[in-house]
Design a protein around this ligand. Structure first.
Ligand code: ZN
Length: 211
């Protein structure tokens, strides 16, 4: 996960809310729903809020971080909505309405999860472990073989793109790791991030400050 900084809600949503005060998210017309999704995808630099794979307007959904049935008064609260991929059995469709104790709206989501070059992920804290399992983010190969495999392959590709080999990463000096961290955690203005680049940033951060 990468921390998401929520901005102001889309103007079209604000207007609709003013005109339809008694209604809820389920009453929202497609145009406003799409406007929410589009804004979220921009805020998330084109990546799923949970697994960090690329998403578009047509293969993602609006995801209520606090599930709608648990927080019925927040269903139209833009600060409670992110964009999730539509993959089965993981991310938004995997957690259903289960609670997430650690979310991409919390800055700790970048430090309490630990990613490995193997593609696996573990949690430093109990709440991180619960969120990883609830979202099926791949704490074991068996739990989500597809995601773990894609994550490993893409992280390898990102490293090769820097003319390095994955196995060399842990022997590199702090200066180079610091530079690499900048590359993978900082989006270029207006451009989407490469899929899984927050994962590689997390791996590098752990080499810099082993925990
Ligand atoms: Zn996802």
């Amino acid at each position: 996960m990468r921390k998401i900084d929520k901005e102001v809600e889309p103007a079209t949503l604000a207007l609709w809310k003013r005109q339809n005060r008694t209604l809820r998210y389920k009453d929202l017309p497609p145009q406003e729903s799409r406007a929410i999704r589009s804004s979220c995808i921009t805020e998330q630099y084109g990546l799923c809020a949970y697994c960090c794979q690329s998403i578009t307007l047509d293969d993602a959904h609006n995801e209520h971080v606090e599930a709608q049935d648990r927080a019925p008064n927040r269903t139209l609260d833009y600060s409670n909505i992110v964009a999730s991929c539509n993959r089965k059995h993981q991310c938004g469709h995997g957690r259903g309405t289960h609670q997430l104790p650690l979310t991409p709206l919390m800055v700790e989501c970048e430090t309490e999860l630990k990613f490995y070059l193997s593609g696996l992920v573990t949690g430093h804290t109990e709440r991180a472990r619960v969120s990883i399992e609830t979202l099926s983010l791949g704490h074991t190969e068996e739990s989500n073989r597809g995601l773990v495999g894609r994550r490993k392959a893409m992280v390898d590709t990102l490293i090769y793109g820097q003319e390095l080999r994955p196995e060399d990463l842990q022997h590199e000096d702090e200066e180079l790791l610091g530079l690499l961290l900048e590359v993978f955690q900082t989006p270029e203005a207006g451009k989407p991030l490469q899929p899984f680049s927050p994962v590689l940033a997390n791996v590098i951060r752990h080499f810099l400050t082993p925990a």
